[in-house]
Design a protein. Structure first.
Length: 174
């Protein structure tokens, strides 16, 4: 969804957007496809314009099915975020920044009097995905030897299993 800057009224505009999970995956480049489905995306936006400066404030809510990083079971995670952006017209070629400050993360550019709302929503969803998602804090994970899910069953593997390649390190004295 693209919004023309000139069509934003002086008192601002409010948008309510509801999309399905397929919409999110279609926005990603083919080489960047990710393996967690979304169950839907609800976005509430408030867009205001002061001359050429656009202020966007919004709320995003979605549910993502993400694998637990310990036991590899799929679990639903509710992703909620409030965000704010200030957009100004692009002044030509933008220089590449190595590190952004907190204030710069809420600042961006638009081109040709058009603001791409879909890209802002996509960015906010990706920022909310946990790096190491857990099904629960007490997840026991998988057995390193036999691979059984320790949350569901116990195994008879030797707990103090030592890789033969690392056995010589047991004799090292500091």
């Amino acid at each position: 969804m693209k919004v023309n800057v000139m069509t934003i009224p002086e008192d601002g505009m409010k948008l309510q957007i509801s999309k399905d999970g397929g919409w999110f995956h279609n926005l990603l480049p083919e080489k960047e496809k990710i393996d967690f489905p979304l169950q839907g995306v609800a976005v509430f936006l408030s867009i205001e314009r002061l001359r050429d400066t656009i202020s966007i404030a919004g709320n995003i809510e979605t549910i993502a099915d993400i694998e637990c990083c310990r036991c590899l079971e799929l679990n639903s995670h509710t992703l909620k975020n409030e965000f704010r952006y200030t957009l100004v017209p692009s002044a030509g070629k933008e220089k590449e920044e190595l590190e952004l400050s907190l204030e710069e993360l809420e600042f961006g550019y638009y081109k040709d009097d058009t603001v791409n709302i879909d890209q802002i929503i996509l960015e906010q969803i990706i920022l909310q995905i946990p790096i190491n998602a857990l099904c629960k804090d007490s997840c026991k994970g998988l057995c390193a030897h036999c691979g059984i899910n320790l949350n569901m069953a116990r195994c008879n593997c030797q707990i103090d299993f030592v890789d033969e390649r690392l056995a010589v390190l047991k004799n090292v004295k500091f």
